[in-house]
Design a protein around this ligand. Structure first.
Ligand code: ATP
Length: 368
């Protein structure tokens, strides 16, 4: 009898380069899992996104939702196309709806320098960048998504929402992550990023952070304003370990973090709630390069590794954690030496050569 644990994974390639990077992602994940053994993934591909809306008049059909909601995890490429819009003019973004519907409050965005990938920072210590931004993903300014008003073509209003319930869970998640990272050698620090000197909502956010900090005294804490943080992420990125912030601030700082480690194609992410989780690269469907073969699939691969690691920890299946480690090691191996250089960084390596190098790295790592 086969006693291997099987996880069901809802796979949503989506639109644009999402579909182009998902196929090799499933290949590299399958290779990592096969090398480690003892666990299986049942990948179920489902339709959702702008193309799906054009075809079916529904961006996230019920049958796709049913698969996504019952899966152990959701793996997503990218969704939305500027040319496909709802009648009110907004873009198709079922990935945003998923965050709200499934309560995925912790948007986890790790930024780690990969050997061989140049940073725009001239400081040689940039090769050691390794921090995680936690972007609250269900409220903040995005609570206003679809609810903003424009009165008489004169005044526009959007409302920012911070709740105690979500903030407490967000901060506890951040302290737990800092603790996990500390056990592997990181500094064990959480930085709360806000604008508490100007807005009541952020003073409240910081107050709740302070309360949770008193329950997590094994972890160092700091409080910083968003503007100073943008400066310090460029000036002293090694000072950060785990950063936690509001939705809109996190949206912006994520792109800054991605730039520090080589661009959108190197920035993975996970949207995690108490029950469900969605794993996807930080970038969008990049319609400007779709169909050219130039998309960098690395952020998608790293998001797959995050999914394996999350499944392993949640279900206590160490084979998944080891497969995640192996996949990250294969990515590093593929880039070491600097022969691979993504188009985004001025090189000539597109989706296929990057995927081939990562796949080939598994054999080399095993043989070593
Ligand atoms: P969204 O709002 O959906 O996040 P966006 O409009 O902000 O999307 P992206 O789709 O993320 O933008 O693309 C931003 C820029 O980065 C584009 O020029 C795009 O070509 C580039 N880009 C994004 N992802 C990749 C990738 N994986 N490989 C190469 N270039 C990428």
């Amino acid at each position: 009898m086969n006693n291997e644990k099987t996880f069901s994974i809802a796979v949503m390639p989506g639109d644009g380069i999402g579909t182009e990077i998902m196929t090799p992602c499933l290949e590299v994940m399958a290779a990592a899992i096969e090398c480690i053994g003892g666990v299986q993934m049942d990948f179920k591909t489902i339709e959702a996104g702008a193309k799906c809306y054009t075809k079916n008049g529904d961006a996230f059909p019920q049958e796709s939702k049913d698969v996504a909601l019952t899966a152990d995890a959701i793996l997503l490429g990218a969704m939305g196309l500027p040319t496909v819009r709802y009648p009110n003019g907004t873009e198709i973004a079922p990935q945003l709806d998923l965050r709200f519907d499934l309560g995925l409050y912790a948007g986890v965005r790790p930024f780690r320098a990969v050997p061989g990938i140049p940073s725009p920072l001239s400081d040689p210590r940039a090769k050691d960048i390794d921090f995680v931004l936690i972007r609250e993903s269900t409220e903040g300014l995005f609570a206003s998504h679809g609810k903003g008003t424009v009165e008489n073509d004169e005044v526009a209003t959007e409302t920012l929402v911070i709740t105690r319930d979500v903030s407490e869970r967000l901060f506890d998640f951040s302290f737990d992550l800092a603790r996990q990272r500390k056990s592997k050698g990181s500094m064990g620090k959480v930085s709360c990023i806000d604008k508490a000197n100007v807005f009541m909502a952020f003073a409240f956010f910081r107050k709740i952070f302070d309360e949770r900090a008193t329950l997590n005294t094994d972890i160092d804490t700091e409080r910083a304003y968003i503007d100073a943080t943008a400066l310090n992420m460029v000036r002293n990125p090694l000072d950060f370990d785990v950063m936690v912030t509001e939705n809109m601030f996190g949206d912006i700082l994520s792109d800054l973090g991605a730039a520090l480690v080589g661009g959108m194609g190197m920035a993975p992410s996970a949207d995690i709630g108490d029950k469900h989780a969605v794993f996807q690269p930080c970038h969008g469907s990049a319609p400007d390069i779709m169909g050219t073969g130039q998309a960098n699939p690395t952020a998608m691969f790293m998001s797959g590794a995050m999914m394996l690691d999350w499944l392993g920890t949640k279900h206590n299946v160490s084979e998944c954690n080891r497969a995640a480690e192996l996949l990250n090691a294969a990515i590093d191996y593929a880039y070491e030496g600097g022969e691979l250089m993504p188009h985004e960084l001025g090189g000539q390596s597109g989706t296929t050569p990057i995927a081939e190098r990562v796949l080939a790295a598994f054999d080399k790592i095993e043989a070593a």
